[in-house]
Write a protein that binds this ligand. Sequence first.
Ligand SMILES: [Cu+2]
Length: 301
Amino acid sequence: MGLELFARGERAQDERRRPVRSKAVGLGFAVAAIVLLSGCSPDSPSEWERLALPPGASDRVDYMFVLWVAAWIACAVVVVLILGLMFWAMVRYRRRPGNEVPSQLRYHLPLEVLYTVAPVIVVAIFFAQTVKSQTGMLEEVEDPEHHITVVGSKWQFTFNYLDEEATGGTPVFDYGDTADPTELWLPVDESVRFDLVSPDVNHSFWIPEFYFKQDIIPGREGSFDVTPTREGVFTGRCAELCGLYHTRMIFKVNVVSREEYDAHLQQLQAAGQIGEPQGGVEANQIAGLAEAQNAENGEHE
Ligand SMILES: [Cu+2]
């Protein structure tokens, strides 16, 4: 009897020590994760240090990057803690001579509460960080230097450049079709306000290097401001499954010097691409689409 009491006492002491140890392990991993991730930056040439994001190219990348890193830290801590506890339990309580079956817990209230509360805390932290990042991403520039209307329609984008010095304020546009994607031109280090319009179904305007994506919803005018921060050629996409030719809603983004930008707009003007087309009927009649549809129908026959 005395021996049993002694054993119970030791077990209780052991159990008291255990949560403290696992807390310390969790904290250690969190600190290690923060130290490891602190070398990360959206401007790094190393894909590892960007945590698989493309090299950033807009003034909004930091807001998204913080959220991305926070998500990695949260996932790393949860994964390490869960796997650590699993493997510890497997080793500590493996079948071997003299090892007792650990006490079996059923309807253990503190554990049940933990299972409920821990995910709520994780979601709450994600939610708070998301709201914070979103507020920064959507912050409006007081007087943006350029205004571009993005028309997403089945199945290409049209870009309307409004009120530009280069064209004397005449609106010009660029359009494409499924075979020949539209190009978007932007001057580097100058703020742009994008207004998003769709005449038909939901689309989404996404330039991965800007770390920015926004849905284009018919009947609702979306808008955001952004400043491209480095010259280059990027690929933009429609990120909303919008129909048969969704995969062809790709566009080319040229971030160039102000001189090249102005010259491009003057070219559009000289080519007679003047006005503000809103897609819709035009989109279904654009060159190349009929051929693409015929080819597609031919394949199915
Ligand atoms: Cu689309």
